[in-house]
Design a protein around this ligand. Structure first.
Ligand SMILES: [Zn+2]
Ligand SMILES: [Zn+2]
Length: 254
């Protein structure tokens, strides 16, 4: 069985003491590919994931400005993102979107930076990785087209929102929240997503799945989310591993 962790923050300082071992544990658990998210603390450093991807053949990278850091973006940032989008290991633009929960950047700035990055992704012909929190309707308003596909990362909505995202052409990525006791609406959504639109992720170091909940998350734990997804969809973990791997390849490794 091989799995892809389609969203991990391996650059995070919480991995500074054992990054190498965490990657080894992932490989030992069958997590043979990881998508490192390049947002980190925002501009000016846009290359945290690229540095990892250059060291490990099985790690891929995204680039982008997280909505939290939108206020740090400048024209120089967008120009650099355009250049980096051509890097052979950069397979998607993200995580980009809107976060009205924390409001770390003003909402109008978040929306403007989101639009700029949607244009960069379209020009680079890369899929997008969306972060949206308490901003669902506004997020969808900005996505008028999805020419190269996209991922709703760490999806926590219900089946109505899942249907909206699917209708736009998105892949839906499930993380550790799927295993949380109160996430019944999310589990219901996980049962209606077609086989060819599902992904799994950790979003590590955050949101560790049960039975690791409350601990630091790491890519190896994506197996727990795949197992829960299999139970919800009345299939095997192996089948979930196979189809999510195929979906990742089709969407991101073209
Ligand atoms: Zn996110
Ligand atoms: Zn993330």
């Amino acid at each position: 069985m091989t799995l892809v962790d389609s969203h991990c923050h391996l650059d995070d300082s919480k991995f500074d003491d054992d990054r190498e071992q965490a990657i080894e544990r992932a490989l030992a658990a069958g997590v043979t590919r990881m998508l490192a998210i390049g947002t980190a603390d925002g501009p000016p450093d846009l290359e945290v994931a690229i540095r990892l991807a250059e060291r490990y053949p099985f790690i891929y990278a995204t680039i982008g400005v997280h909505p939290h850091d939108a206020a740090k973006a400048s024209e120089e940032t967008f120009a650099r993102l355009r250049e980096l989008a051509a890097h052979p290991k950069v397979i998607a633009i993200g995580e980009i979107g809107l976060d009205y929960h924390y409001d770390f950047s003003p909402r109008d700035v978040q929306r403007a930076v989101f639009d700029r990055q949607l244009a960069i992704a379209a020009d680079a012909a890369k899929p997008i990785v969306i972060h949206t929190r308490e901003a669902w309707d506004d997020t969808l308003v900005h996505i008028t087209a999805l020419p190269h596909g996209g991922i709703m990362h760490c999806f926590t909505g219900d089946s109505v929102q899942a249907r909206q995202a699917l209708d736009l052409g998105f892949h839906i990525s499930f993380g550790g929240v799927l295993t949380f006791p109160k996430a019944e609406g999310l589990r219901e959504a996980s049962r209606i997503v077609p086989d060819d639109r599902i992904l799994v992720e950790t979003d590590c170091p955050y949101l560790a799945p049960v039975p690791h909940r409350g601990k630091r998350n790491e890519p190896a734990f994506v197996v727990e989310t795949a197992r829960r997804l299999a139970a919800e969809r009345e299939t095997t973990t192996e089948a979930i591993a196979e189809l999510t791997t195929r979906n990742f390849e089709r969407l991101c490794l073209r």
